[in-house]
Design a binder for this molecule. Structure first.
Ligand code: CP
Length: 319
């Protein structure tokens, strides 16, 4: 099983991943459970091929490997691999597949993970590829941890259905926005409000993918703050600028300010995939509605759950 796009998941998979993650977190609370988790994949090896910057996704996958007893190796800089001698990325990945049982890939190139997965499927070692972020395109494992964070946040509040989710920032190039929007369409009666300057609004391709989904686009950030059950903030993705054009787009009025805590709902869930720049005031960090640090921790557990799926040992964990 490859993990390539949020669009590959249905509601039953999402429910299963949330239950599996809950179960793994319970195992991790005892010494016996921790040892059991470490025994599950102690015969497996993983390659972390991260050729675009990452803190959370790299370290959470690395930690998830340690939790499951998986031996991991990594390439983070192609100047230290034989790609510098002209080896193609396809050949490099085929080489990795000879050594490991799964490759976890972070790349600036949209569609590359799919291409590699198709290529390996035609070889004698069709190992699973996990998309850990593919340019401005997709970040399916981030979207799964976001869903898990929403699931936990609304667990005792009637669940994730019937919610208004406000997404803010660089929605055009934010891969987490794209992947999470696709996953949210698996839940009934969800409305997504996209708030951004027009230059950063979602693209036509996402509009088309969301046909049938209730969504709205607005430049009036402050007017929609009070109705949101969850606010998903994102930073400007200026690594994809061609000529520094982001600097000329007024984004400051889309920042979540300390004063906004008085107008948002008392149970609102404030999220951010991180890294953050100035889009969330640091004084908000201590408010109980701020869930972005919990997202970071959830990411590790969800990635443990995903690895057990990909390596086909998850049946040993569900009650
Ligand atoms: N949220 C996220 O993908 O963070 P990193 O880029 O640090 O992995």
């Amino acid at each position: 099983m490859h993990i390539l796009s949020a669009s590959q998941f249905d509601r039953s998979f999402l429910d299963n991943i949330c239950q599996l993650t809950d179960s793994i977190r319970k195992y991790s609370k005892s010494k016996f459970g921790t040892k059991y988790l470490q025994s599950l994949c102690s015969d497996k090896r993983a390659m972390l091929y991260f050729t675009q910057a990452s803190t959370r996704t790299f370290l959470s996958f690395k930690s998830a490997c340690q939790i499951l007893g998986i031996q991991s190796s990594d390439v983070r800089d192609t100047s230290t691999s034989s790609e510098v001698k002209g080896e193609t990325i396809e050949d490099s990945l085929r080489v990795f597949s000879s050594y490991v049982d799964t490759v976890i890939m972070r790349t600036p190139t949209p569609g590359l993970c799919d291409r590699i997965a198709n290529l390996l499927d035609q070889t004698p070692r069709p190992i699973p590829i996990i998309n850990a972020g593919s340019g401005p395109d997709e970040h399916p494992t981030q979207a799964l941890l976001d869903i898990y964070t929403l699931y936990r946040s609304f667990e005792n509040e009637g669940g994730l259905a019937n919610r208004i989710i406000l997404m803010v920032g660089d929605l055009k190039r934010g891969r987490t926005i794209r992947s999470l929007s696709l996953l949210l369409s698996n839940y009934p009666n969800i409305k997504i409000i996209f708030s951004a300057p027009k230059e950063f609004q979602i693209d036509d391709d996402l509009r088309q993918k969301l046909s049938g989904q209730d969504f709205e686009e607005t430049e009036d950030f402050e007017s929609v703050l009070p109705v949101a059950d969850a606010i998903y903030m994102t930073r400007v993705q200026d690594e994809y600028d061609s000529n520094g054009e982001s600097k000329n787009i007024p984004i400051e009025k889309y920042y979540l300010k300390y004063e906004h805590l008085n107008v948002i709902s008392p149970n609102c869930v404030i999220m951010h995939p991180l890294p953050r720049r100035h889009e969330i005031d640091h004084r908000i960090d201590n408010d109980p509605r701020a869930k972005y640090w919990r997202q970071v921790r959830n990411g590790m557990w969800v990635r443990v759950a995903l690895l057990t799926k990909v390596l086909e040992v998850s049946e040993n964990l569900l009650p």
